[in-house]
Design a protein around this ligand. Sequence first.
Ligand code: E4P
Length: 234
Amino acid sequence: MKIFLDTANIPSIKTFVDMGVLDGITTNPTLIAKENREFTELVHEILGLVPGPVNLEVVSQESAGMISEGHDLAALGPNIVVKCPMTAEGLKAVRKLHRDGIKTNVTLIFSPNQALLAAKAGADYASPFIGRLDDAGHEGMKIIEEILSIYRNYGFETRVLVASIRHPVHVVQAAKLGAHVATMPPDVLDKMVKHPLTDIGLKRFLDDWQRAGLKLPQGRPSSHMKPKPLVQRA
Ligand code: E4P
């Protein structure tokens, strides 16, 4: 499962890029507004850090406006994915952008039927918002299972991008179901890194090492330890 970070915050993006765990970025107008920065400059900074898909959302409500915004956003970089809302106008825009060779993500999906329509319109990604469904008293993860099974039945190539993730258990559930992508806020990814037993175990190892007064070898490794060339992620 690909891991995307649901943020436009540069320090958070850097943190997880450096760990090598990030496959892409999702944003939405709320997340962009939070950063209080000039939009294009912010996007260029994100693109400089992330080689994978960077999702940016249109703000028009009519398909003509979405199509025009989609072209402008896609021109910012080869890895831009244009997010269109799950509305009749949004589907029209997705169909046209798909035909124009621009990658799209249908956002604000809350039912399997909406996901079916997004796939038929030619979306590259469908984003069901599971946390917001949970908040409304539904079982959000249920529709992930249903959408994956519908897509499998008919061989749709649309990727299921599990969005509105609230905690690490959502991530495990999405991975067990075989979702293609999970996008999550930085605090969830941070919680996935940590485990109290890791901290306790590490402290004990270091205390024992120090008590024994041991030292690691010093100096550079010899020629048999040449660094491996960096492999570009797909
Ligand atoms: C996905 O692309 C959305 O930006 C996001 O997951 C929304 O999550 P929220 O419900 O936490 O705002």
